[in-house]
Each structure stands twice: as structure tokens, then as C-alpha cells.
Design a protein around this ligand. Sequence first.
Ligand SMILES: [Zn+2]
Ligand SMILES: [Zn+2]
Length: 272
Amino acid sequence: MSLAGGIERVWVAGRASAAAIADLLLPDLCSGCDTAAPARNGLCKACVIDLMHLTGLPYCLRCGSTLGPYIKVVYGDGCAFCPTPLPRFARVVRLGPYAPPLRHIVHQLKYRRSTTMLERLGLLLAEAVDGCGDVGELDVIAPVPSWWSRRLMRGVDHAALLAEAVGRRMDLPIAPVLRRVRNTPPQVGRSRTQRVHNVRGAFDAVADDDLGGARVLLIDDVTTTGATASECARMLLRAGAVRVTLAVVGKAEPYKAYAPRLQTPGGATNMD
Ligand SMILES: [Zn+2]
Ligand SMILES: [Zn+2]
């Protein structure tokens, strides 16, 4: 075991213990807003309604952007919000825009090691993928890997946990074929072009028997411009995969299409 791996394991064990103690001491609060008492599946009534609203919004299949009711998407060409060139993954499946309560749920998953919603997110994402008739057959799931020091600081590899939850629901194996080979500065404040350059060469895909001809479901918690996921898809395709579908909990985007109480002043966030 490398020194970094050893430090990470000790640190994560400590974080896990602290989180377990905190769970015992803290009152049971809604995972979507952290203020109201949960009514169903860990969410209060208002958050359940907001979540249903978010997951029902129409979105572009190529970039995941929320679309108005009168905007048409030509599947191969994407929408007016799609980046140029289009991402290397074939399409996006998302739960909703990265807005409350999804944003708070993901934040808990990412920074507070809260696994309360993990299985539910996995179930929702699996159902969203199953509900898309054009995704087709899938062979393996691959999480977007994070750099070891970020996992260390957060105490959890949230994309890997989410991928495992989705895999359990879809009865698909996890293929840890993607590796992050270098750290990258945060994407916040960068243009799409800058983000693409920032993550270029940051990943490697190990060509193995499972990947040859495979249809891969790439999993991440949030996407913004799709630059990171597109780079991962590029490496997966280079290593032998024939199709990559991106599945995310949230698509970070400037507020526009959803209800005023869900809008996020400041627009997109610091994700990929
Ligand atoms: Zn709530
Ligand atoms: Zn689009």
C-alpha cells in the first residue's frame, strides 16, 4: 500500500467514526433542506414536491441542460446550450438541475458523508436510466474518479458510492477502469474551453477484457459543462468501449426554467 493510500484509509476511518457519532446525536432532519422534519424517505413534504418538479423538467439529451417546453432537441445535434464540439459521451441521463433540494442532498453526500440518501439516489438514477428507451443495453458502470487528496479531505469517494448504489439497483458490475493520473485545479470560474484544457490528460482508462466492446454507464454526481465527463468518455472509448452514457444526479446551469423558489442566484457552480 502506498503512503498516500495508508494515510487515506486511516483518515477515512476516523471520519467514518465521527459521522456515525454525529448521526446518533443530531436530530433527524430533512436531507433536502436540513430544517424540517422528514415526512417520507428522508425528505420533508416541501422537498418531495420540489424534487418531483425538478425531475420532471425536460432536458437536452446531449448536454443535460433544462429546456423550455417549446425547444426541440435533435438527438444527434443537441440544443442551443450544447457545447461545441459536442461531448464524447452519447447522451446524458440526469435527475434534475443542480438546484435545491438536489443540491443540498448532493452536498451532504459529498462533504458530510451522509449515506441517508445514497441508496435512494441510486434507485432514482437507476430508474431514470431504465426509463430512457434509447440508452439501450449496458454492460458496466464506471465512476468518474477523483484525486486521492480530495477523497482524503472529504472522507468519501461520492461518485464511487453512487456508482455502487446504481449498480446494485441495475445489477451491473462496477468496472474501476478509470484512473485519475494527475490532480487538476478547481474548474470554478473557467470557461468551457479552459475546463476542457484543464482536464485534458487527467484520466487514464485501463484497457481490460471487461471494456472491449462494452457499453459503459459513466457516473458522477454533478456535471456543469461536461468537460470532465467528456474526457473520461474519450479515454473509455480509446480503451475499447463502444458507447458511453453519462448519468448524473444534477446538471449545474444558470437558473432559468424552474420555479422561483428553486432558482440559484449566481448561476452555475464549481463542478466540472
Ligand atoms: Zn426539506
Ligand atoms: Zn444541449
